[in-house]
Design a protein around this ligand. Structure first.
Ligand code: 2P0
Length: 334
């Protein structure tokens, strides 16, 4: 399989046996401002386009990995069954790094993202697992290589290897050696992200399947790569100049365009619920009142708000039930 070859390529010459008792790591979750939607290679999670994200500060996954009698996955204190989908995906991922050994591992992961916020936990989960394995095996890989490995667990995990703004280069290489995320060296201490806590039931369709269907059936998808390219340019400029209106407008438009390609798919994919539309209309009304408030959304009904500290109290008043994230909580090194 191609992913074993790709992993071997990255890990060339490194240890296949633990170098210490256990490996530990934290990785933040991230939200894309310019989305990853569509793969050119499903086995390696190679994207059609580049994407750009912001990490969620201290919201993410704390993971410990250590040798054990059998493979075990403990998630937020509860052991999952070996045939649970999440366990199967995690064990298949660690298989990439222990070929030719009888090594069994216990993964203990605590994810502190509120479930009702609808922020994917796979990004933080696979990134933290990759970092914990690096620690356990003593690989000492560079962030770029860690991003390539994490990507093979979940595409968006490529963007969770380091905090801050991350740009995931789509790349051209067939094995994906040029498809990794790297930090954009800018901070924005006044930037805020609001997680609107909606109730989410079981997803009708997972994002893997939805991406595949969109790429395969939506005529609008043809316009998507160019749209993302232009949006990434605009968002980078907005980050450099700390312009919340350009950042917000571009991110909102990018998310809505992604959902438009889903609606254009067959059978159609619609993640929105009635509450989703209520939140959108409320945000648009507040913008009429000169609030610099914008939204982004992922493969679910939940809405994430983008704004700055200057509007934080007005936003809290309008949305009492949100969790506010400060991505650059440690301030500005400049
Ligand atoms: C993103 N999403 O850029 C996009 C926007 C959802 C909507 O990345 O199949 O869990 O593991 O590579 O990364 C969610 O998809 O998919 C996602 P896989 P992933 O954040």
């Amino acid at each position: 399989l191609n992913r074993f070859e790709a992993a071997r390529h990255v890990l060339d010459g490194t240890a296949r046996e633990p170098q210490r008792e256990q490996g530990c790591a934290f990785a933040p979750s991230n939200i894309a401002l310019c989305k990853y939607w569509g793969k050119r290679n499903e086995e390696l999670n190679l994207p059609v386009t580049s994407s750009l994200s912001i990490s969620l500060g201290d919201l993410g996954a704390h993971t410990t990995v250590k040798p054990a009698e059998k493979d075990r996955l403990i998630l937020n204190g509860r052991e999952l069954a070996a045939n649970d989908k999440i366990s199967e995906r995690a064990f298949a991922f660690i298989d990439l790094f222990r070929t030719g050994t009888a090594l069994r591992l216990e993964i203990d992961s605590t994810i502190n993202i509120p479930v009702a916020a609808g922020v994917a936990s796979s990004a933080a989960g696979f990134a933290a697992l990759t970092l914990a394995l690096d620690d356990l095996f003593g690989w000492n890989l560079a962030p770029r290589q860690l991003s390539i490995l994490a990507r093979m667990g979940s595409g968006s995990a490529a963007r969770s290897i380091t905090p801050g703004f991350m740009l995931w280069h789509a790349g051209n290489d067939e094995q994906g050696m040029d498809s990794y995320a790297e930090p954009i060296q800018e901070t924005w201490p006044t930037l805020r992200i609001g997680l609107v806590l909606l109730c989410e039931g079981e997803k009708a369709i997972g994002s893997r399947e939805a991406m595949k269907r969109t790429r395969g059936t939506s005529a609008l998808y043809q316009a998507w790569p160019r749209k993302v390219y232009e949006d990434i340019t605009a968002v980078r400029h907005a980050i450099e100049t700390r312009d919340i209106d350009i950042l917000g407008r571009t991110a909102e438009s990018n998310a809505l365009a992604m959902h438009a390609t889903m609606l254009d798919s067959w059978p159609p994919v619609l993640y929105w619920q009635a509450e989703t539309i209520e939140v959108l209309r409320k945000v648009w009304a507040l913008r009429e009142e000169d609030l610099s408030l914008y939204i982004t959304m992922d493969a679910g009904p939940n809405v994430k708000l983008l704004f700055t500290e200057a509007d934080a109290s007005a936003v809290s008043e309008a949305f009492p039930n949100i969790q506010i994230v400060t991505p650059f909580a440690n301030g500005d090194p400049d």
